[in-house]
Write a protein that binds this ligand. Structure first.
Ligand code: C2E
Ligand code: MG
Ligand code: MG
Length: 253
């Protein structure tokens, strides 16, 4: 499977899509998340169809490093074209935590492209961290020393979410889409989300609401001052050139 993956990378079968993120109040773009897709015979294969298998064997780390490298290249391109440099987040598999050389590998890639780490956000999922909180804490500290921004993805889908916030100094919390599903009908969900956002403000953690699809959800998030919104309501993930045409040139003009 590793050979297959390396071949697919070499043959440019993987494509990175960018989903923009927006400031809740101004509704202006503030960044994007890099999401991988595989293109086979012109058909788009979504990550849920291959990421879990790569996770099982651990070779997901190869794909993650590929994504990081592509994002560093993109940053370099935007800099050379004098386009606005938006921060981009990438998904980091739990397998990186077991790799002692991971931080060095990240450093090598960013050095190769002279990338600004402040514009690269590493998303760890809650489930990654739960496996070994102390190791995750150390990893977060090391990458933050290199300037990377650290976020927790899918917050609220694991079992000991709040413990993690106590132990790890993350910069950004991405609240999972499951919280927002029946927001309009579910008063308890609204109370919990509002409390999470209040708590994050005190901890100086920025909040991102994931999977936002309706105006009702946006209005609620404005009211409770969630910082950032990501979701189909504003935009699905886009191919890089569509993203550039829609958001970068617009900003420049
Ligand atoms: P994630 O990191 O939580 O990414 C957010 C997912 O929610 C994306 O699915 C995105 O397309 C989807 N989404 C965004 N807005 C909405 C919305 O309004 N409604 C709904 N229902 N969904 C929305 P996608 O691209 O299929 O990716 C699924 C997961 O695959 C990601 O979840 C992430 O865990 C994983 N993944 C994607 N790319 C990579 C990668 O490069 N490396 C690793 N390790 N995992 C990746
Ligand atoms: Mg993510
Ligand atoms: Mg997520």
């Amino acid at each position: 499977m590793k050979e297959d993956l390396l071949n697919s990378i070499k043959n440019n079968e993987f494509k990175i899509y960018l989903q923009p993120k927006f400031d809740t109040i101004s509704e202006k773009i503030v960044g994007a998340e890099a999401l991988i897709r595989k293109i086979v015979n012109g058909k788009i294969i979504m990550p849920d169809n291959f990421v879990p298998a790569y996770e099982k064997t651990g070779i997901i780390t190869i794909l993650d490093m590929y994504v990081l490298e592509e994002i560093c290249k993109l940053q370099k391109k935007w800099r050379e074209l004098n386009l606005p440099l938006l921060p981009i987040s990438i998904n980091e598999s739990r397998h990186h935590l077991k790799n002692k050389n991971h931080v060095q590998e990240l450093q090598n890639i960013v050095n190769r492209y002279d990338a600004d780490t402040k514009l690269i956000e590493l998303e760890m999922t809650e489930n990654t961290v739960i496996e070994d909180i102390m190791r995750a804490k150390k990893a977060a500290e090391s990458v933050k020393k290199l300037g990377f921004v650290v976020s927790m993805d899918d917050f609220g889908t694991g079992y000991s979410s709040f413990n993690i916030l106590k132990d790890i100094e993350i910069d950004i919390l991405k609240i999972d889409k499951s919280f927002f599903k029946d927001l309009e009908k579910n008063k308890r969900a609204r109370i919990i989300i509002e409390a999470i956002i209040k708590m994050c403000k005190k901890l100086k953690i920025k909040t991102v609401a994931e999977g936002i699809e309706t105006k009702g959800q946006v209005d609620f998030l404005k009211k409770i001052k969630c910082d950032i919104i990501q979701g189909y309501y504003f935009s699905p993930p886009l191919e890089i050139h569509d993203f550039e045409n829609k958001y970068l040139e617009e900003k420049n003009s």
